[in-house]
Design a protein around this ligand. Structure first.
Ligand code: C5P
Length: 221
């Protein structure tokens, strides 16, 4: 059967990852964290790589191969056979990711890698351009949003749980800067697809949003 794809896009700290994992468990399909692919790319290319010329970037990307294994919240993304770790989860690496994500050669590479995974695997695909660019034919698209302050609070607790405590006001500035960069870039900017269901989660808890998304997805699948 053709893989079934649900796209989940939105700004940083909106709760996409938590919801994507829950939805993947619920529908028993894999979870594709495309933000992690950009983070791992930035991490591996290294600081300052966003200033390289495109031929150097393209050359380096030739040795990158992403694979997805497992299902539900146990889905595992690997780069060259090595599973990604929480090292890439800091806001600093988030900004590195946003910096490399502006580069056309990086986006072209990610588009091929992500679509290839979606060709064989049913997915909850989470990111910024899943509904607009990568899987425009997906039958079910969500775009989550929430106020900046609320998103900074969510990301703050998430980092704390990971044992990576952050400074709240610094975090707020970092998330704002990253979102601005993601929204305003030329290629594949952060925005809702025309046919996406937009959910403002500012005043909703995770369970409430989860139920809403499941109900919408069931209407379609
Ligand atoms: O979702 P996450 O915070 O892990 O994403 C890190 C960065 O990767 C984002 O700020 C964005 O610049 C980039 N990204 C992207 N397209 C995606 C997923 C992430 O440009 N589909």
């Amino acid at each position: 059967a053709t893989p079934f794809i649900i796209t989940l896009d939105g700004p940083a700290g909106v709760g996409k990852s938590t919801l994507a994992k829950q939805l993947a468990d619920h529908f028993e399909i894999a979870y594709l964290d495309t933000g992690a692919m950009f983070r791992a790319t930035a991490w591996k290319l290294g600081e300052g790589s966003w200033n390289w010329d495109s031929s150097r970037i393209e050359e380096a990307l030739k040795s990158f191969s992403f694979t997805l294994s497992g299902s539900g919240s146990n889905s595992v993304l690997s780069l060259n056979g090595v599973p990604l770790t929480n090292d890439i989860r800091t806001e600093t690496v988030g900004m590195w990711a946003s910096n490399v994500a502006k580069i056309p050669a990086v986006r072209a590479f990610q588009k091929i890698a992500q679509r290839k995974i979606g060709e064989t695997t049913s997915l909850i695909a989470e990111g910024r351009d899943m509904g607009t660019v990568i899987f425009p034919q997906a039958p079910c698209k969500f775009f989550l949003d929430a106020d900046l302050e609320e998103r900074a609070r969510r990301r703050f607790s998430q980092l704390e749980e990971m044992g990576k405590p952050a400074d709240m006001s610094e975090l707020l500035d970092q998330i704002k800067a990253r979102d601005d960069q993601d929204r305003n870039r030329k290629e594949a900017p952060l925005k809702a697809a025309d046919d996406a269901i937009i959910v403002d989660t500012t005043t909703l808890d995770i369970d409430g949003v989860f139920e809403k998304l499941v109900a919408e997805a069931k209407k379609i699948s």
